[in-house]
Design a protein around this ligand. Structure first.
Ligand code: HEC
Length: 186
């Protein structure tokens, strides 16, 4: 029994010594040896890396001129009053005043507009008079502002009215106009 153990120890000794030397000498800042690299690295180019094949050496190519992202609706109007008037002539509200659309418009109005324009559109929101009064929606002037011009005001802003394109989506802008019309009794 003792003899067997001695032999076992003698035979394992080289392994222990070699392993120890290997571990002590191992450079820990570099990667280990890799045996199965087949699935470790993808042959496809990553989108943000340089590319020897495609134009401009870019893997992610620029969109073709005139490309529009899915769902994005371009707005071809500048910020001037003439442009607002042109929007008023050219743009029509694509939504009908259904119960759902009005409910959505009311929701948007309560969240983004009422603070200035007032819950009933009287231009007397909670922030007034710290902020300059918006005109009441109930005036004849306001009732005669075409939908497209309102859309222009919401999208790009108008004087003291800040642009709301970033916080209110295109569809919601039209639906809130439906709701404003309802407030105006139209
Ligand atoms: C920070 C305050 C503020 C907020 C918030 C605000 N407005 Fe205004 N809004 C104004 C002011 C001030 C005017 C008047 C601008 C001017 O002098 O032409 C105005 C004008 C308007 C007009 C033109 C009114 C008219 O009779 O021609 C419309 C339409 C309008 N706002 C819609 C909205 C909608 C819709 C929202 C919410 C998405 C909104 N506003 C949020 C302050 C605000």
């Amino acid at each position: 029994m003792r003899k067997t153990l001695t032999w076992l120890a003698v035979m394992l000794l080289p392994l222990v010594v070699c392993g120890g030397i290997y571990l002590l000498g191992r450079e820990v800042t570099v990667r280990n040896r890799e045996w199965t690299t087949q699935m470790q690295y993808s042959p496809a180019y990553l989108s943000q890396t340089t590319n020897p094949v495609l134009p401009n050496h870019m893997t992610g190519q620029m969109p073709i001129a005139g490309t529009i992202a899915r769902g994005y609706q371009p707005f071809h109007y500048g910020a001037s009053e003439n442009e607002a008037a042109r929007a008023g002539r050219e743009l029509k509200n694509p939504f009908a005043a259904t119960v759902e659309n009005l409910a959505r418009g009311q929701y948007v109005f309560a969240n983004y507009c009422a603070v200035c324009h007032g819950a009933s559109g009287g231009g007397d929101g909670a922030i007034i008079p710290k902020y300059p009064n918006p005109p009441s929606y109930k005036t004849e002037t306001s009732k005669n502002v075409p939908d497209g011009a309102m859309f222009h005001a919401i999208t790009l802003g108008r004087k003291d009215m800040p642009a709301h394109a970033a916080q209110v989506g295109v569809d919601d802008r039209w639906k809130v106009i439906l709701y404003i019309r309802q407030l105006q009794g139209k």
